[in-house]
Ligand binder design. Sequence first.
Ligand SMILES: Nc1nc2c(ncn2[C@@H]2O[C@H](COP(=O)(O)OP(=O)(O)O)[C@@H](O)[C@H]2O)c(=O)[nH]1
Ligand SMILES: *[C@@H]1O[C@H](CO)[C@@H](O)[C@H](O)[C@H]1NC(C)=O
Ligand SMILES: [Mg+2]
Length: 401
Amino acid sequence: MAIARPIRMLGAACILITLFLVFQINKGTPGIIPSTQGPSVPYEGMNRKDEPLLDPTGEPEGHLWRADGNDYAPDSEKSARTNAALISLVRNEELHELIPTMKDLERTWNSKFNYPWIFFNDKPFTEEFKRQTQAVTKAKCQYEIVPKEHWDMPEWINMDIFRESAEMLKEQNIQYSDKLSYHQMCRWNSGMFYKHPALKDYRYYWRVEPKVKFFCDVDYDVFRFMEDRNMTYGFTINLFDAPQTISTLWPETKKFLAVNPSYVHENNMMDWLTDDKLRPEHTEAANGYSTCHFWSNFEIGDLTFFRSQQYEDYFNHLDRAGGFFYERWGDAPVHSIALGLFADKSKVHWFRDIGYNHIPYLNCPNSPKCHGCTPGKFYAGEPWLAKEDCRPNYFKFVGTH
Ligand SMILES: Nc1nc2c(ncn2[C@@H]2O[C@H](COP(=O)(O)OP(=O)(O)O)[C@@H](O)[C@H]2O)c(=O)[nH]1
Ligand SMILES: *[C@@H]1O[C@H](CO)[C@@H](O)[C@H](O)[C@H]1NC(C)=O
Ligand SMILES: [Mg+2]
């Protein structure tokens, strides 16, 4: 008996679907079977029982410089301040989002120490911007334009390739992928900010972005804290990144290291950079980089590190490779990889005592000095955000210092 053609087609479709399902199930097997290689279930975020921010948090150990008994007056010529500044790249349109942030940081910290604020912009600041910012601090405010040659897309970047790759990333829902100024901002924060003439005589900086929040009173001079311990870098939040934005960042880094093996510090953070157990699919998609990084909208850093031969050569290599435009390399993974490779991990500090929020993540310690955030709460919003927390790996491979 002949079988009608539509039925034959249906039968064939069934066989194909069955084969496809069998293939999918087999493909999924390695993740389902528990193994000694890694977690048997996908990472869902830090276990509450491991959350260090639920433990009472005090001040760091050792000698601390306080406003009491030291001269931190804003205009003092011989103040106890070290050569450091609060820096912020910001647009005029963000003034109303910057003011509450400045007020937070002034209230919790800077009104005691009066470090200068230096604002950077690719366009001139308005008089209104200058007036309103200076009005919320006793400290000196300075307004700087980013030199054109630090901001412009380098001549070796091909605009057609940029547009095409931006379009491809946009289809993968990568935020800002087709916004040229965002790429320029990331490149400036990666390899240019520390070259600005206004920072020439400074050693330490604290980066501040509009809209971020500070929750805890900090009663010691954090820049002196860094200097006294010869610290390279301080952070609050440690995250995974979107691998699609940095597909070739690690391969380019490996090329660079093959030529410059001596640049790697003996006490480096390679294990943290290359872990492939916590989120194997991330490490795979980023071609060997775990994507873990210090979230750079907050950073307290030593400019000496960025001005070093190692960092300069590394940045130039990356810049030539084109990924700031052809992908969407962020300054956070670039800084973090450089720190993980070239810095001494004992010189990187987790500021657990600085309560901080940049939407949607938080660093909120359990301390009577903090107000307005929930201790140990890492994210605000959708539950899937929990798994973007990379601190378990950082604590495991580097430590909680
Ligand atoms: N002057 C200036 N600042 C920018 C520009 N793009 C971004 N920024 C600043 O760079 C920082 C990061 O930008 P933001 O929009 O917050 O990016 P996100 O935090 O990654 O969502 C913020 O301090 C912005 O004010 C720009 O085109 N010009
Ligand atoms: C401070 O740290 C830098 C970089 O890690 C190092 O080169 C320098 O020797 C250190 N200085 C002191 C005084 O320990
Ligand atoms: Mg931001």
